[in-house]
Design a protein around this ligand. Structure first.
Ligand code: EPU
Length: 423
């Protein structure tokens, strides 16, 4: 088991590049199943979640080659297997993103049901509802979601994908990647508007799909007969970028994230400004620096895009732990996504949780402690908390962080952090 040992009390300063987005790369990779010919994807991050999906694509008959330059080449050679098995799917919930492409192209899918998840109950009823509306017959067989498309094929229709929490990101990508091959017109109402969905839709259009309303909650899709392999570059990871900016805030530092999309980080930038940080956006850079005054407390609520992302809630809560006053953090997407709270308490934070809200009483500083990473974003929060805390922090179970951050310790050390990865 590896751990990160962090010598804290450092100000993060300098420039750091955001990598390709994990949550964009996964559906975009899965969508390669739809294409005839070879697809070359660039800016594909080197993450364990991505490697799991590449392994699933190999099982599904694809030739997958990683090039040295963060590009991945994918060619579908054999379409006979339609099963994404338990061994791989159980390692990563997002493997369910192959469901839509398999139904769309191969007209049959057998995908292991994703199991429980530490950040809360994560149903896939909206995926099933949308794919059923297109005509797929969905059944559950011994833990596998089995979808069969009748001889007449998928038929375009109007689908409402709204749920109690807004829209579903992966639900939208699954319905979209099936609807591209459905006869006639499909309208997805209450589609997710996240940049990761936009990236997928833009790649599908390059492949030959007909999609209107990209980036809006109403996607209109005219089915086509074939899609071809293309070249596409995955968008920068807005959550990785936001994590480094939260690192600037908690350490009262000065961080410029390069290779990013500042327009994807508007809600996070606004919160940072309210916290007293000075933000400077370039075309592909975003700088956050601290004016030597104490951080101000803020009220923050997670929402679907363009609202504040749930995937940055833990990192921003860590920063608010050292603000001068009381902040209120409310989680509207995953009401139970607070596993970082008990760990931050171990570092001297003062937090009171009531339901899906945490009241943060700012303290002058955090203190290093051994802590346990419980999920990807909670681990990132603990790492930046460790950079700011007095003394030494050990973050255990860091396989979670490697799921979504490529060499986080190298990138943060480039900003002046003192982090060692220890076996
Ligand atoms: N939901 C339903 N029914 C469904 C699908 C979702 O009720 O059929 C609910 C969920 O329980 C949740 C909300 O809708 O309360 C939103 O879930 P969504 O489906 O949008 O999440 P997802 O697609 O499974 C993606 C990201 C998550 C991110 C969420 C929200 C990927 C691979 N994962 O998950 O990323 O938190 O959107 O933005 O894109 C992470 O990277 O750490 C991560 C968890």
């Amino acid at each position: 088991m590896e751990k990160l040992v962090i010598e804290g009390g450092k100000r993060l300063q300098g420039r750091v590049a955001a990598g390709g987005s994990k949550n964009a790369a996964l559906p975009v990779l899965a969508a390669c199943l739809l294409a005839e010919g070879t697809t070359v994807l660039r800016n594909v991050p080197r993450l364990s979640d991505v490697e799991i999906l590449l392994a699933i694509l190999r099982e599904l008959g694809c030739r997958v080659e990683r090039r040295a330059d963060d590009a991945v080449e994918i060619e579908v050679l054999d379409e006979s297997n339609c099963t994404a098995g338990y061994d791989l799917v159980s390692k990563m919930r997002a493997s369910v993103c192959v469901l839509g492409p398999l139904i769309g192209r191969r007209r049959r899918a057998r995908v292991s049901m994703p199991g429980g998840c530490v950040i809360g109950v994560r149903p896939i009823d909206l995926h099933e509802k949308g794919l059923s509306a297109l005509g797929a017959r969905m059944t559950l067989e011994r833990g596998y979601l089995v979808a069969e498309v009748p001889a007449a094929g998928l038929q375009g229709t109007e689908i409402f994908l709204g749920g109690a929490f807004g829209s579903s990101v992966t639900g939208t990508t699954n319905v979209l990647t099936a609807a591209v091959y459905a006869a006639g017109t499909t309208v997805i109402e209450s589609a997710a508007c996240e940049p990761e969905v936009v990236d997928l839709a833009e790649m599908l259009v390059k492949m030959g799909a007909k999609i209107d309303g990209i980036g809006s909650p109403r996607l209109t899709i005219q089915g086509v007969r074939t899609l071809k392999g293309v070249e596409h570059s995955v968008i920068p990871d807005r959550i990785e970028a936001g994590t480094y900016l939260a690192g600037a805030a908690i350490t009262r530092g000065d961080v410029t994230v390069t290779d990013c999309r500042p327009d994807h980080l508007r809600a996070a930038s606004q919160i940072l400004r309210e916290m007293g940080m000075i933000l400077e956006a370039g075309k592909t850079t975003l700088r956050a620096h601290h004016p030597e005054t104490p951080l101000k407390p803020v009220d923050l609520t997670t929402l679907v895009y363009p609202g504040f992302p749930t995937d940055l809630q833990a990192q921003f809560m860590a920063a608010l732990c050292v603000a001068d006053g009381i902040s209120v953090v409310t989680e509207k997407i995953y009401p139970d996504r607070f596993m970082h709270v008990p760990e931050l308490l171990r570092m001297g934070a003062e937090l009171r949780k009531t339901g899906s809200t945490v009241v943060v009483h700012g303290v002058p500083h955090l203190v290093g402690a051994p802590v346990r990473a419980s999920d990807l974003r909670a681990s990132a929060a603990l790492v930046i908390a460790g950079c700011a805390a007095w003394g030494e922090t050990e973050v255990h179970e860091i396989h979670h962080i490697d799921r979504g951050y490529d060499r986080i310790e190298a990138k943060l050390n480039g900003l002046g952090a003192g982090i060692r990865r220890v076996k």
